[in-house]
Design a protein around this ligand. Structure first.
Ligand code: SAH
Ligand code: SF4
Length: 431
């Protein structure tokens, strides 16, 4: 979601006459788009800001002004900390108010020396104000839903991204058509709980994600559709049916369980047990036996015992994820879990994370190795590190590199997989 927000921030600035530079000392404006989900991510911004201040000083010696801004969830949660720890910041705006950047930048001109901080939860939708943005290549992100009402006890999202809202169907279709006309053939629909989507159609009727997917399926030139991240309790039968018959829907689904232990899931305030989750996986597999799954996991949530952790490993052994993201529980101020008494020791968290990741990687490697010899359609959207090499993604989101000419960039090419490691595949063009 932050990548998508950054692209939209870039298009606001382009409309104002700025262009992107990859060299920070050349930048007249430097914006950090920040993540608050875990402590490490949130802390990183303060060290990055320190470096940016030094560059700002060096530029000032050459008579150049630099505006330093912070966007994203850290601003929403830690606006006072930013003002205190980085007083040289010119502006800070949360994830729901960055459409106000033109006004903020104009005010900086008049209000030198005083940071402008905007952390309001606005009544207007930023999407009504953002200028159109260009496709980011063959694969584009498209935000369809934002915010969350689930209040998992460890998570900051409901506090930083606000209540759950869905964009209207027509607005999304229009943006999708524009991105496709602009060169994208794959769209990844985004939302903190993307499958809780309930946007209105033109008649004011609420529609679900399955309805939206079927509308998008009709767009000529759009070849691949993905959506992320889904909440297990909100996977409905309509959505499962899409995985049975919608050819454009990729056979890869990110469906986070967090923990395999029912008592931990309850303490996390998740609306599913591990049994409910496995039932959803079964239904999806019955609809499409070729589906591959990924998940997020948190180890060391307060009160997690060895038996709870074992239940997580049991789920992994049952689902056999083809990819996964796993984290040590991070205590976030303001969330209920931060105040729970039975916090798990750092050492135990680390041990459990190592064990879990070894298991997850073993399944990932197994899946990748089983791909060897198969022919898969691969969308190549990046140049490789070596000359004559392109990097792309299989339907299962595996990274693949192949020796191919530039003419294959941004195209879907059939590739025979020749080799596999845990993190990538290689292959040759299948004529
Ligand atoms: N809405 C999605 C997840 C969005 S947050 C869902 O419910 O599955 C992305 C991931 O960050 C979560 O799935 C979770 O695994 C991780 N996460 C969130 N808060 C965390 C915390 N306090 N400590 C560690 N990981 C956390
Ligand atoms: Fe956070 Fe996801 Fe839970 Fe919402 S459902 S509170 S985004 S982990």
């Amino acid at each position: 979601m932050n990548v998508y927000d950054s692209q939209r921030i870039a298009s606001i600035l382009e409309k104002l006459g700025f262009s992107a530079t990859s060299s920070q000392p050349q930048a007249d404006i430097v914006i950090f788009n920040t993540c608050h989900i875990r402590e490490k991510a949130a802390e990183k911004v303060f060290s990055d800001l320190g470096r940016a201040e030094l560059i700002k000083q060096e530029r000032a010696e050459q008579g150049l002004d630099t505006i330093i801004g912070v966007c994203g969830c850290v601003v929403q949660a830690e606006d006072e900390q930013i003002a205190k720890r980085a007083p040289f910041v010119d502006f800070a705006t949360g994830p729901l108010t960055y459409h106000r950047l033109p006004e903020i930048l104009a005010r900086i001109g008049h209000q030198k020396g005083q940071p402008i901080i905007d952390t309001e939860f606005p009544v207007e939708s930023k999407f009504d104000y953002l200028p159109d943005h260009q496709a980011s290549g063959a694969c584009s992100y498209l935000a369809i839903q934002e915010g969350c009402n689930n209040f998992c006890t460890y998570c900051v999202v409901p506090y930083t991204r606000g209540v759950e809202t869905s964009r209207p169907v027509d607005e999304i279709i229009k943006e999708a058509k524009r991105l496709v006309a602009d060169g994208s053939c794959e769209l990844n629909l985004l939302g903190q709980n993307v499958n809780s989507y309930h946007g209105e159609d033109n008649n004011g009727k609420e529609r679900n994600l399955a309805y939206l997917l079927r509308q998008l399926n009709e767009i000529d030139g759009l070849e691949r559709i993905r959506y992320t991240t889904s909440y297990p309790a909100d996977v409905d039968d309509d959505l499962i049916a899409c995985h049975k018959d919608m050819k454009k829907l990729m056979p890869y689904l990110h469906l986070p369980i967090q923990s395999g232990s029912d008592s931990i899931l309850k303490a996390m305030n998740r609306r599913h047990t591990s049994g409910d989750y496995l039932k959803v996986i079964d239904k999806l597999r019955s609809a499409n036996p070729d589906l591959g799954f990924s998940s997020d996991f948190i180890v060391g949530f307060p009160g997690e015992t060895d038996a709870d952790f074992q239940a997580t490993l049991d789920v992994v052994n049952s689902v056999k994820y083809i990819q996964a993201f796993s984290f040590k529980y991070s205590r976030r101020a303001g969330t209920p879990a931060a105040l729970m008494p039975n916090q798990v020791e750092e050492k135990v968290k680390k041990e459990r994370l190592d064990i879990l990741q070894d298991l997850l990687f073993s399944y990932q490697l197994k899946f990748n190795k089983e791909s060897v010899g198969k022919v898969m359609p691969v969308l190549f959207d990046m140049k490789g590190r070596h000359k004559g090499q392109l990097i792309g993604r299989t339907p299962y989101m595996q990274n693949l590199h192949a020796e191919l000419g530039k003419e294959c960039l941004n195209k879907i090419i059939n590739v025979k997989i020749t080799d596999a490691t845990t993190n990538s595949l290689s292959g040759i063009r299948e004529e």
